[in-house]
Design a protein around this ligand. Structure first.
Ligand SMILES: Nc1ncnc2c1ncn2[C@@H]1O[C@H](COP(=O)(O)OP(=O)(O)OP(=O)(O)O)[C@@H](O)[C@H]1O
Length: 237
């Protein structure tokens, strides 16, 4: 159901970083956004044909605190419905409590990450799959340079806790447009994100800047992406 180009690129990323091995138990982190829905469909679909045998457990952290704050109904039934289309059942757990004074994008995502680590341990999963894609990786590279003074990004595979847990990003080689195209082919629809803090302004600024560059310099996106694999350390300060 994926285009052969998209299929090939995802396979390449999985292969380049040895993302999956026999016996892996993968916790699939599903926000309800289009990226993680496509990810869930993909991992479920590949499980049937992959040469390695792995288990899957999809989880969604219910951020009801934000729905209440925005006075909108909880979209859980939509998350369940979309997950049904991916072929995976989803375990839903309420988000950890977030004090009023702690409400920031940073704290919220830090707590969610911690909760995902706990869920992985509880479900005996050695990997957590995230829906980040190529555009996310490129934006993070620039956010880190502009705002934190370092050159780094989210990596396709990241080992934590002395290798007891790995984060994997199978969509790392495909861009947002390809994820959306895949979603269209599969018939998935994003569940809207009603977080009142949504719209990370730093990310939005960088997104706009990058779109502008891609429009002006043909091939810039491919070059920038290639640069992340081609750091000439001898020519850095
Ligand atoms: N509430 C959640 N429950 C489970 N996993 C989540 C949740 N929110 C985010 N994630 C995971 O973290 C990744 C990045 O989160 P981010 O907030 O950037 O995603 P999003 O843009 O809201 O949704 P998506 O990436 O699914 O389109 C998601 O792709 C997903 O794997």
């Amino acid at each position: 159901m994926l285009s052969s180009r998209t299929n090939k690129r995802i396979g390449q990323a999985m292969h380049d970083y040895s993302m999956l091995s026999d016996g892996d138990q993968v916790l699939v982190a599903v926000s309800g956004g289009i990226d993680s829905l496509v990810l869930a469909w993909l991992l479920n679909h590949w499980q049937k044909k992959a040469p390695v045998k792995y288990g899957l457990r999809a989880v969604h952290i219910d951020m009801d605190v934000w729905n209440q704050e925005m006075n909108v109904p909880n979209p859980l039934s939509q998350v369940r419905e979309q997950m049904r289309l991916t072929g995976l059942s989803v375990y839903i757990e309420k988000s950890l409590p977030l004090g009023v004074e702690e409400r920031s994008c940073f704290t919220c995502s830090k707590l969610r990450r911690k909760q995902l680590f706990d869920l992985a341990s509880r479900f005996k999963c050695n990997k957590i799959a995230f829906g980040h894609h190529k555009d996310d990786l490129l934006e993070t590279l620039f956010i880190n340079m502009f705002y934190s003074g370092n050159i780094s990004t989210m990596v396709p595979v990241q080992e934590l806790f002395s290798g007891r847990l790995s984060l994997i990003r199978p969509l790392a080689y495909i861009d947002k447009r390809e994820v959306e195209e895949a979603a269209g082919r599969i018939g998935l629809t994003a569940v809207s994100n009603l977080c009142p803090l949504a719209g990370d302004t730093r990310r939005e600024k960088v997104q706009k800047m990058l779109q502008d560059i891609y429009g002006q310099i043909p091939g810039a996106k491919a070059s920038l992406f290639a640069s992340m694999k081609n750091v000439r350390e001898g020519y850095m300060l």
